[in-house]
Structure formats: C-alpha cells, structure tokens
Design a protein around this ligand. Structure first.
Ligand code: SAH
Length: 243
C-alpha cells in the first residue's frame, strides 16, 4: 500500500503545513498526532515527513527526506475487450492517467472474433502502453496482462478495493465508494481495481458473480457511457481522489 499524500499549502526548505479541510481531516478524523509520519507534497516534490504540531486549523510537518515521485497510481484497470480501435484508445488514455496495471478480460458480451484474436493483440497493447508511458513522461510502463476470461479475474484473490462500473447501479456512486475505501484505509492509500464492461454491458450472471465475490457495483451517473468513456471517466475520478 502507498501512504496517503498531503498537499501542503505552505512550505519552506524544512517544513510544510496543511490548513482548512485537509488539516481538519488529518487532525480530527484521522487523529493525527505530533510524531506521526506522513507523505507530504510541497512545491511539486514528495517528502517523507513527521508531524510537528497538529490542530483542526493547521498541521505542521518537518520534512525529513525527499522521496522519488511515484510513477503510477495504485489502480488496476480490468478492461473488457471491445472493438479494438476504441479499446486501444482507452488503453492509451488509461496509461496517461497513471494506471499501474491493465487486465484485458473476455466478458460474455465480448464479440467472438475479438475474443479469438485477443491473445495475438496483447503484444500490440503492450507497445501502445509503452509509447503512452513515454509520451506522458512516466518513468515506468504499466503491466498489460495476457487476456483472461472475466470469470477468472472476478474470482482472483483481492488486492484492494474492487469496484465494478455498472450503468444500472442507482445508489452507490464511484466517488462514494472511493471515499468509503479511503476512510476505511485511514492514512493508507487503498489499492483500487476498476472493472469496465464491453459495449453490450455486463450479462446478468456476470453481475451476480461480481456481487458474490465481494465486488461493489458503482455508478458514474444516470447517463449511459460508451465503454471507453466510462474507463476514462472512472480513472479520472479515482486519480483525482488518490493524488
Ligand atoms: N448495456 C449498455 C451499454 C454498456 S456501456 C447499453 O444499454 O447499451 C459499457 C460499460 O461502460 C458498462 O458495462 C459499464 O462498465 C460502463 N458504464 C457505462 N455507463 C456507465 C455509468 N453511467 N455508470 C457506470 N458504468 C457505466
């Protein structure tokens, strides 16, 4: 797990401070105390820091050591295979947005001819990921897994919070689910897995399987998005909450 980062409002060479809502969250909700360690972003650099003083109005940190900026976010995109040109566009954008792993999956409604040629396409997806990493100046290339049957991924051992994007979901928004994961994780930044369905959406038995295996169905709003739009929107919302 990556430690959650606090973006400083004020800083100098050796200290930094957060105020307002951030300070209140740190001090009151997370009960931040002097001596506690945290990662602090100050002027675009990330530091390992120690709390010097903490109140609901202001938390002050001593900056200890600079840590290398992390190249990717702890997000895995489980992407159903859909029409290649659109899927490849989504893949490229996902890399730009900082995803660390992409798992192409064959869903019930993945078109048959696409499913059959997926294995051969994986090399091309890796090349796209590599080029997108360079283009967006990432210092790593996300891992693009070999395509697997959706079922296998649904049942895989969980490594964090698992969210399945579903246009029929009406109560839980992606944002609310991420907030819940963040407060459950306290000072730790949770690892997030996001599953996006194919053009035809999830089959009812797939939805039931997600549910039975501990995935949470989440919504991006009442409009139905194309799969590639849903992927980019979901990643943007998640990245904005993690960074
Ligand atoms: N079944 C739909 C299309 C599916 S959209 C139809 O009626 O044509 C493809 C995928 O994008 C979905 O499986 C889901 O993962 C995601 N998606 C699209 N709109 C969404 C929304 N409003 N909220 C959450 N996920 C959405």
């Amino acid at each position: 797990m990556t430690r959650r980062r606090w973006i400083a409002e004020r800083w100098d060479e050796a200290t930094a401070a957060i105020t307002g809502a951030q300070a209140e969250h740190f001090a009151r909700v997370l009960r931040g105390q002097p001596g506690m360690h945290a990662d602090v972003v100050a002027g675009g650099r990330v530091y390992h820091a120690e709390v010097a003083a903490s109140s609901n109005a202001e938390v002050r940190f001593n900056l200890l050591t600079e840590i290398e900026a992390e190249p990717s976010l702890p997000i895995t995109l489980v992407l159903s295979i859909f029409k290649y040109d659109r899927m490849e566009w989504a893949l490229e954008k996902a890399v730009e947005l900082g995803v660390s792993e992409i798992v192409p999956v064959i869903a019930r409604r993945t078109e048959r001819h696409l499913a059959q040629s997926a294995e051969k396409r994986a090399e091309r997806w890796r090349r796209i990921a590599h080029e997108a990493s360079q283009q967006s100046r990432r210092s790593d290339t996300p891992m693009v897994h070999a395509p697997v049957a959706l079922l296998e991924r649904i049942r895989a051992v969980p490594r964090g919070t698992r969210l399945v994007l579903a246009e029929q979901e009406r109560t839980t928004t992606l944002r609310a689910a991420l907030e819940a994961a963040q407060s459950a994780g306290g000072n730790e930044m949770p690892t997030i897995e996001l599953a996006i369905g194919p053009e035809g959406g999830w089959a009812p038995e797939e939805e039931a399987l997600f549910d039975a295996n501990g995935w949470t169905a989440v919504s991006l709003g009442p409009r139905i998005l194309r799969a590639e739009t849903a992927a980019i929107a979901a990643l943007s919302v998640t990245a904005s909450m993690l960074e």
